[in-house]
Write a protein that binds this ligand. Structure first.
Ligand SMILES: C[S@@+](CC[C@H](N)C(=O)[O-])C[C@H]1O[C@@H](n2cnc3c(N)ncnc32)[C@H](O)[C@@H]1O
Length: 283
């Protein structure tokens, strides 16, 4: 990433010639850029982060918060028999943990290459493979009220232009009372350079600037996009879609965790939240 006032979940995937800018990015352009970026970078992502994620763990964030301890989806034992939709599932690590809890997960992702990694992991295991669906989270290919629970660990939310519509889609496919729990970049990070060191501790941008972060080629075509919402924006989108917010979790950096993940580091973790996890219930 070259623009020092904007966060990006991942860097290293940007082609040398691509420029980082702040500019509008419509849903179609954002979706196309994300699909292509993740198809190109899935191998590197799984190579770099696969061991941290674990093949069958449910890790919410670079802070390492694990659903085995956090139980944001519901108490131990309560997932048995539930139909669960994992959005932006990548290699479906979280879905494998859900299946081990007795749930019936479906792992959805925009990127075919990410889903191939899910298949690769499943082929090396005895357990039943996770059902996979390639689709954009903004247009979920499921019937109304098809799921008891929906979750996403840094899945589609940071990359989608119209997260208000995404929230409505998740609401549509959930049964009444179902939870929707998702983690995403903590909005405050958008005011700081996406750097793990000291330079990442001084605010240089505006938290209130919702202009998307875009990496684009020499023709102005987006190759990578992230979208920003303030905390208030996210809560308003959830409430407008028909959810009740039950909790907003800001995982703290564990003293023993030394691993960096892009701009997430022990140094910044001591000063700033890096992740926000929204726990909501469909009314
Ligand atoms: C940071 S990765 C997280 C993957 C996985 N949850 C994990 O924790 O490793 C983001 C994932 O979201 C997917 N994604 C991005 N935009 C999406 C969209 N609009 N709909 C569905 N998936 C999307 C990407 O393909 C990618 O696999």
């Amino acid at each position: 990433m070259t623009l020092d006032t904007t966060p990006a979940l991942l860097d290293g995937g940007q082609a040398e010639e691509d420029a980082a800018v702040r500019r509008p990015a419509a849903p179609g352009e954002s979706s196309r850029a994300s699909r292509q970026w993740w198809d190109r970078n899935a191998d590197d992502y799984q190579e770099e982060h696969g061991a941290f994620l674990g093949d069958d763990r449910f890790t919410w964030c670079p802070e390492g918060l694990d659903e085995e301890e956090a139980r944001l989806l519901g108490p131990a034992g309560s997932l048995t028999g539930l139909d669960v939709l994992e959005i932006g599932a990548g290699a479906a690590q979280c879905s494998r943990w859900l299946a081990a809890q007795g749930a019936r997960p479906v792992a959805l992702d925009l990127s075919y290459r990410q889903l191939q990694h899910a298949r690769r992991i499943d082929l090396g295991r005895q357990s039943a493979p996770v059902p996979l669906v390639q689709a954009d989270a903004a247009v979920l290919p499921f019937a109304d009220r098809a799921f008891d629970l929906a979750c996403s660990a840094y899945g589609a939310v940071p990359f989608s232009a119209d997260t208000a519509a995404l929230m409505r889609e998740v609401h549509r496919v959930l049964r009444p009372g179902g939870r929707w729990v998702f983690s995403t970049t903590h909005p405050i990070r958008w005011a700081f350079p996406d750097e793990p060191g000291e330079e990442g501790l001084t605010a240089t941008g505006s938290y209130f600037d919702r202009t998307p972060y875009v990496e684009q080629d020499e023709h102005g075509r987006a190759s990578y996009v992230e979208h920003h919402r303030t905390l208030g924006d996210r809560i308003r989108e959830l409430v407008a879609a028909g959810f009740t917010l039950l909790d907003l979790v800001e995982p703290e950096w564990p003293a023993e965790l030394t691993a960096e993940w892009g701009g997430w580091s022990p140094l910044r973790g001591r000063h700033l939240p890096g992740t926000a996890i929204f726990v909501a219930r469909r009314d």
